[in-house]
Design a protein around this ligand. Structure first.
Ligand code: GLN
Length: 187
């Protein structure tokens, strides 16, 4: 199983390691020709969504990647990846892929709490570690969006059709549940 990891900026190597540990084959997406061979899933890592969005467009990756997501490619976005997937960004007219029916507020856990750690159950199942780094907050979500993890009443991981997104960084903790959930949909 081949999993493309967007590798323009941010924490892509950690996702690649996790995917490899779980028995799939990661490869890096840096330019258009990286999209030529077929693959089974896509990861959009954390980092800086503005920079990633700009590079995606400059490198001609934006449209072909968006087409693949819209066509149903299983996709997993974390942190900045969630922002790229969201239909709306609060107080910002920018929309990137716009395929996930949520509104996010960037850097919304405040400066003091810019980075923090918590734990919460994944879908009434195992309690998983949650590492937040200047994370976006999901402030609204549409009817078709299923909540996977809630922290203090706020959804922090969600799923809609082929798209899973988390406000935190599962690739930075040892727990593999969320990656396994994603990989189970890529075959
Ligand atoms: N603050 C970043 C942004 O707005 C996201 C942070 C992250 O991915 N760790 O793009």
């Amino acid at each position: 199983m081949r999993i493309g990891v967007l590798a323009l900026q941010g924490a892509f190597i950690e996702h690649e390691r996790r995917v490899a540990e779980l028995g799939a084959t990661p490869f890096e997406i840096r330019e258009r020709r990286d999209l030529e061979a077929p693959f089974d899933g896509l990861i959009l890592p954390g980092g800086e969504s503005t920079v990633q969005g700009k590079l995606l467009r400059e490198l001609g990756l934006f449209e072909p990647v968006r087409e693949k997501i819209v066509a149903g490619l299983p996709t997993f976005g974390t942190c900045a990846g969630l922002i790229l997937l969201a239909k709306a960004i609060k107080d910002d007219p920018t929309v990137h892929f716009g395929v996930l029916d949520v509104t996010v507020e960037r850097n919304s856990y405040g400066r003091q709490l810019g980075s923090f750690h918590a734990d919460a159950p994944l879908m009434n199942g195992p309690v998983i570690p949650l590492s937040f780094i200047r994370a976006p907050k999901i402030t609204a979500l549409g009817d078709k969006v299923e909540t996977l993890v809630v922290l203090n009443g706020t959804p922090v991981a969600v799923r809609q059709d082929n798209v899973i997104a988390a406000a935190f960084h599962p690739e930075l903790d040892a727990d593999t549940n969320l990656h396994r959930l994603f990989l189970s949909r890529c075959d």
